[in-house]
Design a protein around this ligand. Structure first.
Ligand SMILES: *Cc1c(COP(=O)(O)O)cnc(C)c1O
Length: 352
């Protein structure tokens, strides 16, 4: 730390992203990316748009929001586009949480929530998941806090039924409830259908997982027009050009070929079922995932040891040191071939 670093941030513990190795070609099952490339129209759109890079991007993302509005059956003014969903989460914390509206989220969930809370000096409560890693909605009913739910959750992969999400939203009318749906396209139930009825609901999503665009950084928030206007106040106070031209063009092209991505999601769901079954037959405990990853532990090998041995053999998975998680690994679902290699490699490791 330099002697110039503001005391305001001296005790900040930044987020630790999953490894992005640049040296060796791993089978990369550690950061929940899609194994499939973007649809063909995306490369073409980016190439064409690159000729216009001398000009600033559209701060309102008019065309992109119009396409989003059509697909999600919303008014364009109910949509804000952001630099990854991490950005909309940060804006939402800034906008809707403070000393009077402290945050509440699970003790085991997306690691960025406590970081954004600390960054913005917002008090937060981490509510323990049950021993089977499920979330008890009763813990959030009428809690009078700004609630953040990842649904489906990470790294557990477990999903909450929509009726339970609704109870949480309904019982906290004076606070915003943020539902982070990064993984919803892999089998969860989206809260988008509740937006008409609840002015305190903010739904957050991303193109990083189901739409093969993690590297483009494109996320979004859906809410009432007033909530979205508040988020735009912060966006225009931070970076009005948060969506660059290439990402805007890529997003529009992706939405024009939306069926391609929804087909890929079905493939991932099939590969997830196959992988779960294989791991269970090898004695693993695998949580019931509605995401593009599985969370699994083996009674035969420690989580950290399995992570290390897989890495030696060219397969990267995600391991967390936290006490309740350390016997597990989070394994992204890739192509069938990648999952076959994973299972063969795990057999070798357990056999030897
Ligand atoms: C991956 C992820 C995000 C953030 O993704 P972006 O790449 O910033 O859009 C947000 N929430 C959860 C739960 C995630 O797993």
């Amino acid at each position: 730390m330099s002697r110039f670093f503001s005391a305001r941030y001296a005790d900040l513990t930044p987020y630790t992203p999953g490894e992005q190795p640049q040296n060796r070609a791993y089978i990369k099952l550690n950061t929940n990316e899609s194994p499939f490339p973007p649809s063909p129209g995306v490369a073409e759109a980016v190439e064409t748009e690159s000729r216009r890079l001398a000009l600033y991007s559209d701060p309102e993302c008019v065309k992109l929001r119009a396409k989003m509005a059509e697909i999600y059956r919303l008014d364009p003014d109910q949509i804000v586009m952001t630099n990854g969903s991490d950005e909309v989460l940060n804006f939402a914390f800034m906008a809707f949480a403070d000393e009077a509206h402290p945050l509440a989220f699970a003790d085991i969930t997306y690691g960025f929530y406590p970081v954004f809370a600390q960054l913005n000096r917002i008090p937060f409560t981490e509510i323990p998941l049950k021993s089977d890693f499920s979330l008890d909605p009763a813990d959030y009913i009428g809690i009078h806090k700004t609630v953040v739910l990842a649904n489906p959750n990470a790294p557990t992969g477990l999903a909450l039924p929509l009726s339970e999400v609704e109870q949480i939203v309904k019982s906290n009318p004076d606070n915003v409830v943020i539902v982070d749906e990064a993984y919803v396209d892999f089998g969860g139930e989206s809260a988008v259908t509740l937006l008409d009825r609840y002015e305190n609901l903010l739904v957050v999503g991303t193109f990083s997982k189901s739409r093969s665009m993690a590297g483009a950084r494109l996320g979004f928030g859906f809410g009432s027009k007033k909530l979205i206007a508040d988020l735009n106040t912060l966006r225009y106070s931070t970076n009005p050009y948060n969506i660059n031209r290439l990402t805007d063009a890529a997003g529009q092209a992706a939405l024009a070929e939306n069926d391609y991505y929804m087909t890929n999601c079905r493939t991932i769901i099939e590969n997830r079922a196959w992988t779960t079954e294989q791991l269970r037959s090898l004695g693993f405990r695998v949580l019931d995932s509605k995401t593009n990853f599985v969370f699994a532990e083996s009674p035969q090998i420690d989580g950290g040891a399995l992570y290390g041995k897989l890495k030696e053999k060219g397969i990267l998975v995600r391991h967390f040191d936290k006490e309740r998680l350390k016997s597990f690994n989070r394994i992204t679902i890739g192509t069938k071939e990648q999952m076959q290699t994973l299972i063969e490699t795990i057999k070798e490791i357990l056999g030897g």
